[in-house]
Design a binder for this molecule. Structure first.
Ligand SMILES: Cc1cc2nc3c(=O)[nH]c(=O)nc-3n(C[C@H](O)[C@H](O)[C@H](O)COP(=O)(O)OP(=O)(O)OC[C@H]3O[C@@H](n4cnc5c(N)ncnc54)[C@H](O)[C@@H]3O)c2cc1C
Ligand code: FES
Length: 244
């Protein structure tokens, strides 16, 4: 983990309430797709965790949805620096996926799939990506995934764009060797049930410290308690214990 000051290079709206921010700084602690950063914001005691979407040279890209005070503050920032903790979380393991992985992202679970797709394509995997949204106005990053060279399917729940339905509806007709996913918990549960291979999923939980010190993000797994921020946020399908 590293703490650093990052300079805001760009902060633009991708949809009504989803923004893309590019930051310049020391990205050396970021070692795997699926890791996250933790951002300090004025007047807020707790940092806000956001997934790494991309790293290129000394530039870090994050994509965030405005849901409350912290993300609303971020959306207003056009220049200046931010205090960011980098290199948090375990990230996805790229060694287990065979030659035809499928990546499923739902809403703001889409961003971590981008760096993951980029790394898997660099390993010459045949990468399929399923991006799930509620409706057409929420869709973002389809073009960016296509430009990487992935096979891209977009689903919308109301059918206003792409395939009508959930990411799992698109998954059922696919031929894949492994899955990676990130999104809201109901989606993760559905992917867990619908998938016919092993895979990895990234979990979100409200966080205190974000680096393993407060135990605030502990959850029960098949192999005992784990901290989402430290031993997660990515877990293997086989270790997940659904509660409730
Ligand atoms: C590992 C990790 C990676 C994440 N990556 C992204 C990302 O790439 N893009 C993105 O937009 N968001 C991401 N999030 C969620 C993001 O951290 C929260 O949306 C953000 O902290 C909200 O801050 P706020 O001050 O705007 O909202 P708050 O005022 O703190 O909360 C507003 C609303 O959002 C809910 N909320 C806040 N934090 C979380 C959380 N961690 N999980 C679920 N619900 C929450 C609250 O319950 C409340 O209803 C991630 C969370 C985690 C734990
Ligand atoms: S948030 Fe403190 S241990 Fe995970």
């Amino acid at each position: 983990m590293k703490q650093g000051n990052f300079a805001i290079q760009q902060n633009i709206a991708l949809t009504d309430n989803v923004y893309k921010m590019t930051l310049q700084g020391d990205v050396s602690a970021i070692t795997a797709p699926g890791q996250f950063v933790n951002i300090k914001l004025d007047g807020l005691f707790l940092r806000r965790p956001i997934s790494v979407c991309d790293v290129e040279g000394d530039c870090l890209t994050i994509i965030y949805k405005v849901v409350g005070k912290g993300t609303a503050q971020m959306a207003q920032m056009k220049e200046g620096t931010m205090d960011v903790l980098t290199g948090l979380g375990n990230g996805y393991d790229l060694t287990l996926c065979g030659d035809r992985p499928v990546l499923l992202g739902g809403g703001v679970g889409v961003p971590p799939m981008y760096l993951l797709a980029k790394k898997l394509l660099a390993q010459e995997k045949k990468v399929s990506v399923i991006l799930g949204f509620n409706t057409k106005s929420e869709v973002f990053y389809e073009k960016e995934f296509l430009e990487l060279g992935a096979n891209v399917t977009v689903t919308t729940v109301d059918g206003s764009y792409g395939h009508k339905g959930f990411v799992t509806d698109a998954l059922s007709s696919m031929d894949y060797t492994y899955f990676y996913t990130c999104g809201p918990e109901p989606m993760l549960k559905a992917v867990y049930r619908a998938s016919n291979t092993s895979g990895q999923m990234s979990f979100e939980k409200r966080m205190g410290c974000g680096f393993g010190a407060c135990m605030g993000c502990s959850c029960k797994t098949i192999t005992g308690y784990k901290r989402i921020c430290k031993e997660g946020p990515v877990m293997k399908k086989e270790e997940i214990l659904w509660e409730g």
